[in-house]
Design a protein around this ligand. Structure first.
Ligand code: GLU
Length: 298
């Protein structure tokens, strides 16, 4: 089977060196494995994902030397498909409407912790598990709401535990195994369809990886913890599961992960300072070792 790779940035800010690493890994792996390289714009946030950010992003990627197949997939043109998947989950009674704001959630959790002296469980990303029982009164009012996955019901409707294939290099951040047991129960009731756009990163990403026929998802280690949720949704929606590779993250000298809010490290700013695409490869510590992990041995 021909391998299919993708780079799937969210054009809500400028690309930085971490994106360059991700994009190059996908592009080079596709090229050297005789595979395809696709681009997908994860622009469900149509307010923050403006056309000038998209133009800048495409320009930066071309400048880096990347070429991708046409057409570029844009999530903003696929809301009807996400709505259809949500209907499917509604039909199985696996989602429920939810309107509580982040602030209401935090207040409820803080109150509970104060009263009980105990720690409320957290999602792997540090946010509290959705405190459905604590917010029952507020949630009853909701018609104009987002939709959350009922994690307990979702797990109960699958017969077996899911696994995924993870290729190295296996750093200290995650277990050295290629067949990893997904534990989506570490997450609470995740938001699957935000009120503002009717979908979410989790829901859209699994639908689109399947629609684009992606065989290898190569993305940053920060998304490793989200993979069990993706495996669960793939199982619930009857979608294929790709091989995953979560690559090293770039940090600044202080050890902090690069982020879009740090405009000083954007590719655009570096280009304006006269940095070349070869310099970018040096700055991200480009090495074929990064590719070896998921390329079959000759
Ligand atoms: N759109 C996500 C981001 O820019 C990446 C999603 C993925 O690769 O699964 O962080």
């Amino acid at each position: 089977m021909q391998p299919v790779f993708r780079f799937a940035p969210s054009p809500n800010g400028a690309l930085h060196l971490g994106h360059a690493l991700s994009a190059l890994l996908n592009f080079e792996a596709a090229r050297r494995m005789g595979g395809r390289f696709l681009l997908r714009l994860e622009d469900i946030d149509t307010v923050r994902c403006t056309s000038d950010k998209i133009d800048q992003m495409l320009d930066d990627l071309r400048w880096l030397g990347l070429e991708w197949e046409d057409p570029v997939m844009r999530q903003s043109s696929r809301f009807a498909l996400y709505a259809a998947a949500l209907e499917k989950l509604k039909g199985k009674n696996l989602v429920y409407p939810s309107l509580a704001s982040r602030k209401a959630i935090q207040t409820a959790v803080d109150g509970w912790q104060e009263q009980t002296g105990q720690e409320w469980p957290k999602d792997p990303d540090g946010a509290p598990h959705f405190p459905r029982a604590l917010l029952a009164d507020l949630e009853k009012q909701g018609t104009d709401a987002g939709w959350r996955l009922d994690m307990k019901k979702a797990l109960a409707c699958l017969p077996d535990q899911s696994h995924w294939s993870e290729t190295g290099p296996l750093g200290s951040h995650y277990p050295a195994a290629s067949n990893i047991a997904a534990r989506p129960e570490e997450w609470g009731d995740v938001m699957l369809a935000r009120k503002d756009c009717g979908t979410s990163y989790h829901l859209s990403v699994v639908i689109d990886d399947a629609a684009q026929g992606i065989t290898h998802v190569v993305r940053g280690q920060d998304l490793y913890a989200a993979t069990p949720v993706h495996r669960l949704l793939q199982d619930l929606l009857g979608l294929p599961d790709p091989i995953y590779h979560h690559h090293r993250l770039l940090t600044d000298l202080g050890g902090d992960k690069l982020s879009k809010s740090r405009g000083d490290l954007s590719l655009k700013a570096l280009r304006q300072d006269g940095v070349t695409p070869d310099d970018i490869r040096r700055l991200i510590g480009w090495s074929d070792d990064d590719l070896m992990a998921f390329m079959p041995l000759p």
